[in-house]
Design a protein around this ligand. Structure first.
Ligand code: NAG
Ligand code: NAG
Ligand code: NAG
Length: 500
């Protein structure tokens, strides 16, 4: 029997046999660049489990997140909508932010709940905390949550970067705010979180969730957004000092180890052949951290920019027996994960304007993408400027470019913050297949073919922008230090008394 037919029968089987809908494990790295994984060409990263997923699964070369920073990218991943619609912009949420991912947005977890899925989030949330934890994962369709509610540098981390004592202290985190808490559902379990033990706690929680769901014969959705490999880089005892790449490599190895534990649990519970495992990252590498930051490989710039390095990410889909090993050059995005999961599970799509398309055909048949465009919004999207860039097929046109602090410390003068906002008329165009590094702008003069592509891009842009309704900005609602998580709410003086 050929593989396609087998796959078709397999799909038929679980779509007609309600007792075994597929499980989903969604792995999301942080500030991890296109060039950071062993299976994407990094020479000194140690990522044996991710490499195993890539070797036996489908590796994407043209996969995009929707924002070059964290919170907006996560909003799009979980809703299948550009962040401009949900209002998770500009920039990112902070410990005392008043806003968060609006509760009337429908997340992947909420799409799956009506079908009886068990849902859990473990790791870094960063879609809001709010008054009384009103924006936590348990309010967004997740039955269970263990994790830190925002980035681990959003609190004094002096003890993290300076411990163990023989590790050189490198850089500062946010002082003057509460220490980073560990949340269990809506309750603060530790404050400050024990960073060196965090990965083990995550791994135990996640493997336990898989085992319990499997025992109950309940289909499950596990969302694991890791705090690795965000600044500051560190690893617990299982990975510290064990990679060739220094602190960044150790942090990445620690994430990879957990992925190995999850895979082993899927195998032990017999779930491995009925689970789609999907891995990608929230945005490009934070190049300002130099050798302690990530790497965008051949792509231009990194975090904070709308060049390829800011938003094109490594991605891997793994599902033994259903997804054939291979590499796809089809364009796909984090936006497409919600519709794909919904389609595979037989769930109803939310009745909202979705920007994602179902990529099942890419996964199962290595077929063509339904996605023709990718929109590039800056960290601070506005109706005034609109899209900074647009990719149509293999062509990308930059209408505006700007460097970013996050992409400082690179020899390319277009990446750091002193490369100020520049409008381009005509737009700067690249052929991303011939020139993925965006090094060689296409000439428009004497090239009616390229001019025609540009006209097409302008039309697509105009139509898209005319239909875009910006949601009320959640992040512009500002912060209130009293909203920051505190395990000891009545104590004073804040923030130092928030310590349990
Ligand atoms: C959520 O509520 C806000 C405020 O009422 C509204 O503007 C927005 O369109 C709603 N979003 C969805 C997805 O229904
Ligand atoms: C860091 O360690 C010092 C000394 O052990 C301690 O006094 C301080 O409270 C710790 N700070 C944090 C943020 O945990
Ligand atoms: C998964 O499928 C493979 C190939 O058919 C088989 O060898 C393996 O035993 C299956 N694993 C489980 C846990 O069912």
């Amino acid at each position: 029997m050929n593989f396609r037919l087998l796959t078709f029968l397999n799909l038929l089987l679980f779509s007609t046999c309600s007792s075994s809908p597929p499980n989903f494990v969604l792995l999301f790295a942080d500030d991890l660049g296109f060039g950071d994984l062993g299976c994407f060409g990094h020479p000194s990263s140690l990522t044996p489990n991710l490499d195993r997923l890539a070797a036996a699964g489908l590796r994407f070369t043209d996969f995009y997140c929707t924002s070059p920073v964290c919170s907006p990218s996560r909003a799009s991943l979980l809703t299948g909508r550009y962040q401009t619609r949900s209002g998770v912009y500009p920039g990112v949420l902070y410990p005392g932010s008043r806003g968060g991912l609006p509760l009337n947005e429908t997340t992947i977890a909420e799409v799956l709940k009506p079908l009886g899925y068990a849902t859990a989030a473990v790791g870094k949330w960063h879609l809001g905390f709010g008054a009384n934890g009103m924006f936590l994962p348990t309010k967004q369709g997740f039955d269970q949550y263990l994790g830190i509610p925002y980035s681990h540098d959003m609190g004094p981390c002096w003890n993290l970067t300076c411990f163990p004592p023989d590790v050189k202290c490198f850089g500062m985190c946010d002082v003057g705010t509460v220490t980073v808490p560990l949340m269990h559902n809506e309750v603060i379990k530790q404050q400050p979180v024990n960073f060196l033990d965090l990965e083990r706690a995550y791994s135990d929680f996640a493997t336990n969730f898989i085992t319990t769901s499997a025992k109950k014969k309940q289909p499950f959705f596990l969302y694991y957004p890791s705090h690795h490999t965000h600044y500051p880089q560190y690893a617990g005892p299982g990975a510290a000092g064990r990679s060739l790449r220094g602190p960044f490599g150790d942090a990445l190895l620690e994430l990879d180890n957990t992925i190995g534990n999850l895979l082993a649990t899927l195998e032990e519970t017999g779930m491995i052949n009925n689970t789609l495992v999907f891995f990608t990252s929230d945005n490009g590498p934070e190049l300002m951290r130099m050798s302690r930051g990530g790497n965008s490989g051949p792509l231009k710039c990194g975090k904070g920019t709308t060049y390829e390095g800011g938003m094109r990410e490594p991605a891997i889909a793994y599902w033994p027996g259903t997804i054939r090993p291979g590499v796809t050059h089809e364009m796909a995005s984090t936006l497409d994960i919600l519709p794909t999961i919904a389609g595979l599970a037989g769930a109803t799509l939310p009745q909202v304007m979705l920007d994602g398309v179902d990529m099942t055909d890419i996964l199962i048949n290595q077929g063509k993408s339904k996605r023709e465009t990718m929109m590039f919004y800056p960290t601070d999207p506005s109706e005034k400027y609109g899209l900074f860039a647009l990719r149509l097929g293999k062509y990308k046109a930059h209408f505006y470019t700007r460097g970013a602090t996050h992409s400082g410390s690179t020899p390319d003068q277009d990446c750091p913050a002193f490369a100020v906002l520049k409008a381009h008329d005509p737009p700067v165009m690249y052929d991303l297949e011939a020139d993925p590094s965006e090094n060689y702008p296409l000439y428009l003069e004497g090239r009616p073919d390229i001019q025609a592509v540009l006209e097409q891009i302008k039309n697509v842009k105009e139509k898209f922008e005319a239909s875009m309704v910006f949601g009320e900005s959640q992040i512009s609602k500002g912060t209130d230090p009293n909203l920051a998580p505190c395990c000891n709410p009545q104590c004073s003086p804040r923030p130092s008394c928030c310590h349990c």
